[in-house]
Design a protein around this ligand. Structure first.
Ligand code: HEC
Ligand code: HEC
Length: 521
């Protein structure tokens, strides 16, 4: 009972929500004082404000939140939300990860839950069959602490040893002899990256200002606009976004943010009737990451932003044009001025709009313009490509493999949708494939295999909408299905390009709800 309640509570209580509940002044109480008052009952003081276990680990804000929530869940730690916010902030700042230590693993914080991880053995089989590999890749500890983590697992879940990928070996022995030393070597407590970062961490004062942003949401399209950041108390901010999607839908809203450890930006914003979170790395005048709906984290944008005092080309939307056609292109960035040079064969017909953050132009690509990627040049700014294409050589469904989940139907868990786009590829004169971009397509699903056909998965698992959004079926047993099973399925996702009719295929597994949905998968 208690477990279920706390799990619900934990999944709802994210760092971004912490951001929305900004206090005046934020984090008034000293983190160390709260640690001493709340944790010392079980964690031994070691002098110099250090506490056993706690002082020998580094992790992300989400990692700290999960550890402390676990103390509440498992050991009856009593702590108010306000105090927990202060402790997470304090520990994430003091014992966090350097930017280079989160590189390549940010997908877990960004809640890209369709990510297929590549974890080397033996860590893959030993440590990432119950949760993501990112859980440990986003932590740093000395050998002793990795060993204690192993002991905690077995002590807490003794049946672990009888499970698949465990009963076929001496799990505990291997975990101590091989895995813990490997973890200590790959993910050590001390690193030069961390000591450098602590010395050179930027201050929150570098963030206020105007940020030009560009993003893309699958099955929705490109978005761009301006984000205004104003500083509140300490490392908290007010945030406002003003922009629009390529189809004209407005993208306007506001909220608040917290900066952890000099670069971990977490915000919560209200856009119309939708609540969204931002999980970004804010570094060197740029922000990069993912912005997603709080209730539907599968509905998210790849997001990047650049600050107004940092002249830069961020994106061109769309980033492709067909040879022999005319199109409107929008260059997004900051400090933009002048007329862009789009390379031989792509002529600027007219400049439609010109602000430092946005340059909209009407262009024409000659029928004989050389197909492939070319650099967009605007004065001294570069770094963004425009693709000219002629023939489409291949279509890929993005994502190629993904998971949707049944939900609702009287239950509290929302459905998790599938979202797809058709990525067109061309072939250059050199025979090398080049990516064109996402093109409009017609969407259908078919049974993935014989079993799926026999079980009529297409009929029960959900509906593919014309825009490439798959809405899964309702939760619970279905009396109309064989053996009253629920509406799960294994589907082939087929995209057929509107232009030319070429097809591409992907796979979608429709499965059951995620009951345990902590901040880090
Ligand atoms: C009622 C006892 C109790 C209190 C109070 C408590 N802890 Fe713990 N904590 C434990 C125990 C037991 C363990 C070791 C087993 C485990 O990891 O679950 C532990 C382990 C930990 C770990 C190591 C987890 C890991 O992954 O290795 C961290 C971090 C931690 N506690 C943080 C805190 C913080 C921060 C507080 C105060 C806000 C706190 N604890 C308060 C009992 C407690
Ligand atoms: C049998 C399933 C299982 C296996 C195998 C497993 N874990 Fe876990 N792990 C868990 C569970 C359950 C939790 C607690 C989860 C929670 O709070 O959501 C956890 C928590 C964790 C945490 C977070 C602890 C904290 O408080 O910071 C880390 C890190 C971790 N595991 C790493 C590992 C490593 C490393 C291995 C391999 C040695 C491993 N896990 C193997 C199930 C497993």
């Amino acid at each position: 009972m208690k477990t279920t309640r706390l799990r619900h509570y934990l999944s709802a209580c994210t760092l971004a929500m912490m951001a929305s509940a900004t206090l005046q002044p934020a984090f008034a109480k000293d983190g160390q004082a709260i640690l001493n008052a709340k944790c010392m009952a079980c964690h031994t003081p070691e002098g110099n404000d250090a506490l056993s276990r706690i002082s020998h680990q580094r992790k992300t804000p989400e990692g700290w939140l999960m550890s402390i929530a676990r103390m509440q869940l498992m050991y009856g730690l009593k702590i108010s939300d306000e105090d927990r916010r202060s402790v997470v902030k304090f520990l994430a700042d003091k014992q966090g990860l350097a930017p280079s230590e989160t590189e390549g693993v940010r997908y877990a914080m960004e809640r890209r839950l369709n990510t297929v991880e590549k974890i080397d053995e033996p860590l893959n089989q030993m440590c990432s069959r119950c949760h993501s590999g990112a859980r440990f890749e986003l932590q740093r500890r000395p050998l002793k602490e990795w060993e204690r983590l192993v002991d905690f697992h077995l002590g807490r879940w003794p049946s672990l040893e009888y499970q698949s990928l465990s009963r076929d070996r001496d799990w505990y022995g291997l975990a101590h002899k091989e895995v813990a030393p490997l973890l200590a070597k790959n993910y050590p407590l001390e690193s030069s990256a961390w000591s450098e970062w602590q010395k050179n961490k930027p201050k929150a004062e570098v963030l206020p200002g105007q940020w030009s942003f560009s993003g893309h949401m699958l099955a929705k399209g490109d978005v761009h606009g301006v984000m205004t950041v104003t500083q509140d108390a300490g490392d908290t901010f007010k945030v406002q976004v003003k922009g629009q999607y390529a189809d004209g839908t407005p993208f306007n809203g506001e909220g608040s943010a917290i900066l952890y450890n000099g670069y971990e930006w977490r915000a919560s914003l209200q856009l119309g009737d939708v609540r969204m979170r931002q999980v970004f790395a804010a570094l060197n005048g740029e922000m990069k990451g993912r912005m997603f709906e709080t209730e539907h984290d599968e509905r998210g944008l790849d997001f990047s932003a650049v600050k107004n005092d940092n002249a830069k080309l961020l994106a061109v939307q769309p980033a492709f044009i067909k040879a022999g056609s005319e199109a409107e292109l929008t260059l997004v960035g900051s400090g933009l001025s002048g007329t862009p040079d789009l390379g031989a064969g792509v002529e600027i017909l007219k400049v439609l709009e010109n602000t430092p953050q946005k340059l909209r132009v009407k262009v024409k690509a000659a029928a004989d313009a050389v197909p492939g990627a070319r650099s967009v040049v605007l004065g001294s700014l570069k770094g963004v490509d425009l693709v000219v294409y002629k023939d489409i050589d291949q279509v890929k469904v993005v994502p190629e493999y993904s998971i949707a989940r049944v939900g609702e139907n009287g239950g509290a868990t929302p459905k998790v949708q599938g979202r797809f786009e058709a990525e067109a590829w061309g072939k250059g004169a050199d025979g090398q494939p080049y990516r064109i971009g996402y093109l409009p397509a017609k969407w259908t699903v078919e049974p993935f295999d014989e079993q799926a056909k026999e079980d009529e998965d297409v009929k029960f698992a959900g509906d593919m909408q014309p825009d490439g959004v798959f809405v899964p079926g309702g939760a619970g047993p279905n009396p109309q299905r064989k053996m009253m099973t629920n509406n799960v399925g294994n589907l082939k996702v087929i995209a057929q390009l509107e232009d030319g009719g070429m097809k591409g295929e992907g796979q979608l597994i429709v499965t059951v709800q995620r009951w345990n949905n902590p901040p880090l998968p």
